[in-house]
Design a protein around this ligand. Structure first.
Ligand code: DLL
Length: 444
């Protein structure tokens, strides 16, 4: 990554720069309290711990974490909606939920203490991105059951920034408000940031001369470094990646600092592990594996060893910014969204990386996988032409298709049918973009 563009600020120096020895002591103490709590209040955890033959008193070191059972999304479904609460519903003052791909949503219940913790971790996020009480935060994450809108709102209030709770949608109005209110910080999904950049361009609004936005905090969906460069160039801002999930707290689990060399995990609240998704065994630092979290300060619904399905690399070295909190790499895909096409493992992010290095394209695309009867899988990639390319005519569009086809073959090792489509052809999203259509029936 390039050089640091701003002096690193830290919200909670005591916690975020704590020597690792002290941090591990604190983590163990909090882990023991949490295990004790769930064992004694959640019948599901008592049952699953008994099945693993482990009692709260067996957790004597952080290594003993491995003795505890994993929690999966299926376990949350089986206990839907309130089966994993440690407190009566009366003590829950907020419910969020994330839409799953099938069936019931995943519930995120919060007590007052949980909301306080969330505000604290989100305050760390803003501060890490250099956002203070002097800033105007244009919050384009969806308000509602999704944790994005209200989570970013809560944190902005905690750092006393001026928050504009605009939510997603009505993009032209957003551009107007951003300019009129002098927003300095944009928070939304990276795909919506691209939509806003495009809308501004259509309206003839130049970010560099008309907007005061200098920071963007983007997350909730995978995005590549190429997409970061694209957004930074189009919006004249510094982009920070933020990670989180409803099962832990929502946004605020991890965020980049100005060094952009990984996302610092709020490890005093969320205890991370990296495991081999097939064996469940730990994978050493520096190696890709599935991220697993234990919520060690949650009150309403603390989950033990929750399997995120996100593939990352962990790094526990102290960062030049001063934080001692472990860093996770950008999410490298999910253990369950990896596409296997004609037997080849394909990560959608690799396709995105290829597309974003080809000139003449907008960063909007669609990946379609099909399995015609009795035939091999077909991979089709639609990429959207920028107006310039489209205007240059069919010959250049075809040349671009050929270039993408070659590049994809080289990178993925399989051939793809590539279609460069006209500007605005691909549906825009206000939240998490849906870029993959898998038409295969893989249950057969
Ligand atoms: O997406 C929370 C959030 C809101 C994070 C706003 C950041 C900003 P869920 O809807 O429960 O929660 O989705 C969680 O989204 O397991 C990842 O697969 C994915 N995800 C979240 N942040 C990132 C990111 C919110 N920065 C799921 N990069 C997670 C890649 C991300 N994937």
């Amino acid at each position: 990554m390039g050089k640091v563009k701003q002096t690193p600020l830290i919200w909670n120096k005591e916690a975020e720069t704590m020597p690792r020895k002290d941090l591990e002591k604190l983590q163990l103490q909090r882990l023991q309290q949490t295990v004790d709590l769930v064992y004694n209040t959640v019948p599901y955890y008592k049952k699953s711990m008994d099945a693993c033959n482990v009692k709260p008193a067996d957790i004597k070191s952080l290594e003993d974490l491995r003795k505890l059972p994993f929690t999966s999304k299926q376990d949350l479904r089986d206990n839907y909606p309130f089966g994993l609460l440690t407190v009566p519903l009366e003590k829950i003052i907020r419910l969020h939920a994330s839409s799953g791909t099938t069936g019931k949503p995943t519930v995120g219940p919060y007590t007052q203490k949980d909301l306080d913790t969330w505000a604290e971790t989100m305050a760390r996020v803003y501060t890490s991105a250099g956002v203070t009480s002097k800033d105007v935060v244009h919050n384009g994450y969806g308000y509602g059951l999704f944790t994005g809108g209200l989570g970013f709102h809560l944190g902005a209030e905690r750092v006393s920034a001026t928050v504009v709770p605009v939510s997603g949608g009505l993009s032209k109005r957003q551009i107007m408000l951003m300019e009129d209110f002098g927003a300095t910080t944009l928070t939304c999904t990276p795909s919506y940031a691209l939509v806003l950049a495009e809308t501004a361009a259509e309206m003839g609004v130049d970010f560099a001369s008309r907007m005061k936005i200098r920071v963007g905090i983007f997350g909730a969906e995978p995005w590549t470094d190429e997409m970061r460069e694209e957004i930074e160039a189009k919006m004249n801002l510094e982009a920070f990646d933020i990670y989180g999930l409803t099962e832990m707290v929502g946004p605020g689990v991890a965020v980049e600092c100005p060094y952009h060399e990984g996302l610092h995990i709020a490890e005093d609240h969320f205890l991370p592990e990296i495991i081999d998704p097939d064996t469940g065994e730990p994978v050493g630092d520096g190696k890709v594996g599935e991220l697993v979290f234990t919520a060690i300060t949650k009150e309403g619904q603390p989950l033990l060893r929750y399997r995120t399905r996100d593939r990352v690399i962990l790094n526990r070295e102290t960062c030049p910014c001063g934080r001692t909190m472990a860093r996770m790499s950008k999410v490298k895909g999910r253990t369950d969204d990896m596409l296997i096409i004609r037997g080849v493992n394909v990560f959608p992010s690799s396709i995105e990386s290829v597309l974003l290095t080809v000139d003449g394209l907008e960063p909007h695309y669609l990946i379609i996988i099909d399995r015609p009867k009795d035939r091999l899988d077909e991979l089709e990639v639609w990429a959207e032409a920028a107006l310039d390319l489209w205007k240059r005519g069919e010959y250049w569009v075809k040349q671009t298709e050929q270039r993408i086809t070659n590049d994809l073959l080289e990178t993925l090792g399989i051939s793809a049918k590539v279609k460069v489509v006209e500007p605005h052809h691909i549906q825009r999203s206000e939240g998490k973009a849906k870029r993959i259509i898998d038409r295969r029936d893989l249950t057969a």
